[in-house]
Design a binder for this molecule. Structure first.
Ligand code: PEP
Ligand code: MN
Length: 260
């Protein structure tokens, strides 16, 4: 692993304090510096949709204990405000490192732009990661970036994330949840001049396929600056994306096998 490779790992969703602290300790053991965990989850059907802002206390505790950057999805400007309020209350404005992301399903540009304005005004130290939308369309993905930049968001604080596109089932031999488009990803990285993170979990869709999905991407010329993977201390009880989250053993295998 190169020193500047960005690896983002952690559970799909924050569920409880113990789950977050156990995962954070595992990340630290493996020299991983960025922990993901969603507080708010976009869900296809009603059900568990995240613990909300209550989970931020666990993430802040873990970040402080293990010196981690926190990465989480914000679906509404109010989420940014709630994160900012908590950070101010704890006097952590100058110490906490944050990556917030716009998720693939959040495709209302008015909401995207309102989120960006809220980050600029309330959490100017945060980085913003832009995921691609679920459907395959270069111009739409580029459009999200343009909307963000049109709000004068500092380019230095932006990252991109390729999480694949909803597959055409007649052309999905690997049976992935979302199919990467390597040429499109490479073109976007080059034209936007922004770091590209590859989401190996939401592409693979199954823990058994995460390593091969990431390795194949690299073998086939995918140019990335890092990757994101879901890791959970007890995958059997995971409340979301149970099939695709790696247990600690699988996570260590991935770190040992994938060279970036
Ligand atoms: C996620 O990373 O938690 C997520 C919901 O992924 P996506 O928006 O890419 O489906
Ligand atoms: Mn997930």
């Amino acid at each position: 692993m190169k020193n500047n490779t960005l690896i983002i790992a952690g559970p799909c969703a924050a569920e409880n304090r113990q789950q977050i602290l156990t995962t954070a300790q595992e990340l630290k053991k493996n020299k991983i510096k960025i922990m993901r965990a969603s507080l708010w989850k976009p869900r296809t059907r009603p059900g568990f949709s995240g613990v909300g802002i209550a989970g931020l206390a666990w993430l802040l505790e873990a970040a402080e204990l293990y010196n981690l950057t926190i990465a989480t999805e914000v679906m509404l400007p109010e989420h940014v405000e709630q994160i900012s309020d908590k950070i101010q209350k704890e006097n952590l404005e100058n110490t906490v490192n944050l990556i917030l992301w716009l998720g693939s399903r959040n495709q209302n540009h008015l909401i995207q732009r309102a989120i960006v304005r809220e980050i600029k005004s309330k959490l100017p130290q945060a980085k913003l990661m832009i995921k691609n939308q679920p459907w395959r369309d270069y111009q739409h993905w580029q459009g999200i970036i343009k909307h963000v930049l049109a709000e004068d968001f500092p380019k230095n604080n932006l990252l991109l994330c390729h999480r694949g596109f909803q597959p055409d089932q007649t052309n999905n031999q690997e049976k992935l949840r979302n199919k990467p488009d390597i040429p499109m990803m490479n073109r976007m990285r080059k034209e936007a001049q922004l770091p590209m993170i590859f989401d190996a979990s939401h592409t693979a869709g199954n823990s058994k396929k995460v390593i091969e999905t990431l390795s194949r991407l690299l073998d086939q010329g995918g140019k990335i600056d890092g990757y994101m993977v879901e890791v959970h201390p007890n995958t059997k009880t995971a409340k979301t994306d149970r099939q695709q989250q790696l247990n600690f053993q699988e996570f260590r295998k991935l770190l040992a096998e994938v060279r970036l």
